[in-house]
Design a binder for this molecule. Structure first.
Ligand SMILES: C[S@@+](CC[C@H](N)C(=O)[O-])C[C@H]1O[C@@H](n2cnc3c(N)ncnc32)[C@H](O)[C@@H]1O
Length: 443
């Protein structure tokens, strides 16, 4: 193994230690730029409970109940390599800088790991417990989804959110001089990609997006179109939300929870900078990052306010034509790219978000013109952050049509909620999203 790779692996151990200590691990730019550290850290966190389950079983059968706390990250790393990547004992030992004392102990540990069998470990566990252990998902998540999904569909979505290789990458035009759906540019882009052996394909649902296989992502980062800012990466669900909002030139639009600015940027691009956009963001740090994006992308006609959108600080009387509320949420549809969020899922976290969302919807409806368009979205799979929120305000809302490639909403009391729909990781190969579109009733 190359020394550089070994050094990167050694840098993972302190990050795992920080995670165990409950610190919010900051994957700064140096970590993000090192694909080895980034890969192992995110994948170890993704499978955290599964790796700990194997650790505990092995520890018990070895007869030593207490590993020193500072050694746990090493054991977790070894289990990850063995069970998720099927690495051999030889390569694992080569990857770690170990003292001669440690080598003996670790060899014994790996020998024991080799005798671990799932059949015995999962004996007498229920289906729910087996799914929770093998896919590393808190039972809290399964319990929240069971009233609205079949067990098989939960399983498929949880598995899809673990399989980052299958996550669909898309690129879109980001050059202001071009329309977002400029046909001739997209054709020449596809040809350019093919000539570099990057098999690309226009998305069937949103043809302005070009699909790129995961393993070719790094080639795009090196391409001329990317470095000259003609194209950018784009997640499909965010683009779908803006398609649903359908912003028009000269519309007065509010993006209430806007950072990091992906959707504000799309509004500006889809209207060729012609819509007048006011974006609100509560967290100063995120607002600051977003302001850099606005500058970098030469977005005009967009004003960013660092504010609490529950009390939107608008002094003028004019109300908005369209409002997008892409609300803060548990992120339970985004475990594929935010695996650490799995371990924050609990009742408190869910209901903190539910309370804020409810207040934000109330605020949105105060700021919107009668007959104005309201789009509410969350990257959550829980009905509490989607259908159930909309039902609280349904008397003020007239449901509007969503694209036919969306799944219908969950059934609440046996009925779907009109004007709302869902994107699922296992069906749409996007983050899990709830999206609703409505007209505000006049009275
Ligand atoms: C789901 S993210 C928005 C993502 C964004 N729409 C995009 O596409 O880039 C939700 C954002 O809402 C912000 N937020 C949370 N509570 C808020 C509030 N009361 N007022 C305004 N922004 C809030 C969060 O800090 C977070 O940046």
């Amino acid at each position: 193994m190359k020394d550089d790779n070994r050094t990167s692996i050694c840098k993972i151990i302190p990050l795992i230690k920080e995670f165990i200590e409950g610190k919010r691990v900051n994957l700064d730019i140096t970590v993000r730029k090192d694909p080895i550290i980034f890969h192992y850290y995110t994948e170890i966190i993704r499978y955290w409970s599964k790796l700990n389950f194997i650790l505990q079983k092995t520890q018990r059968s070895l007869g030593f109940y207490h590993f020193p706390q500072n050694e746990i990250p090493i054991y977790i790393y070894i289990i990850y390599r063995k069970f998720q990547e099927y690495a051999s004992k030889k390569s694992i030992l080569e990857e770690l800088y170990l003292s001669s004392n440690q080598i003996k102990k670790i060899k014994r540990f790996i020998n024991k790991l080799e005798t671990f069998t799932w059949k015995i470990a999962l004996k007498s566990k229920s289906y729910k417990e087996i799914l929770s252990i093998t896919e590393a998902i808190p039972t809290f998540v399964i319990d929240r989804l069971l009233p609205v999904m079949s067990f098989e569909f939960i399983e498929q979505n949880i598995q899809s959110m673990n399989d980052y290789q299958k996550y669909n990458n898309f690129i879109r035009i980001s050059d202001w001089k071009l329309k977002s759906s400029d046909h001739s540019f997209l054709i020449s882009l596809e040809n350019e990609l093919w000539s570099h052996n990057i098999p690309s394909k226009r998305d069937r649902d949103l043809p302005e997006l070009v699909f790129i296989p995961n393993e070719k992502k790094s080639l795009i980062l090196k391409s001329k179109s990317y470095s000259s800012r003609k194209i950018t990466f784009q997640d499909k669900a965010s683009a779908a939300v803006i398609k649903v909002l359908s912003p028009q030139s000269f519309d007065y639009i509010c993006d209430m929870c806007a950072a990091p600015g992906i959707k504000t940027n799309l509004i500006a691009h889809y209207t060729s900078n012609q819509a007048r956009v006011i974006s609100g963001e509560f967290l100063l740090k995120r607002a600051f990052e977003m302001s850099k994006l606005i500058k970098r992308t030469n977005t005009v006609n967009t004003h960013l306010i660092n504010c609490d959108s529950i009390q939107f600080p608008l002094r003028i009387n004019t109300k908005f034509d369209r409002i997008l509320l892409d609300a803060p949420c548990t992120g339970s549809g985004t475990f594929i790219s935010n695996p650490e969020l799995k371990w924050r899922q609990n009742n408190n976290f869910l209901y903190q978000n539910v309370i804020i969302q409810e207040k934000l919807i109330g605020s949105a409806l105060r700021l919107l013109k009668p007959n104005g368009i309201f789009v509410y979205s969350t990257c959550s799979l829980y009905p509490e952050e989607g259908e159930l929120q909309i039902l609280k305000y349904i008397s003020m809302l007239e449901p509007l049509q969503l694209p036919d490639w969306f799944s219908p909403s969950y059934k609440i009391n046996g009925q779907i909620v009109s004007g709302t729909g869902r994107l699922f990781p296992s069906m749409h190969h996007t983050h899990g999203f709830f999206i609703g579109k409505f007209k505000k009733k006049e009275k």
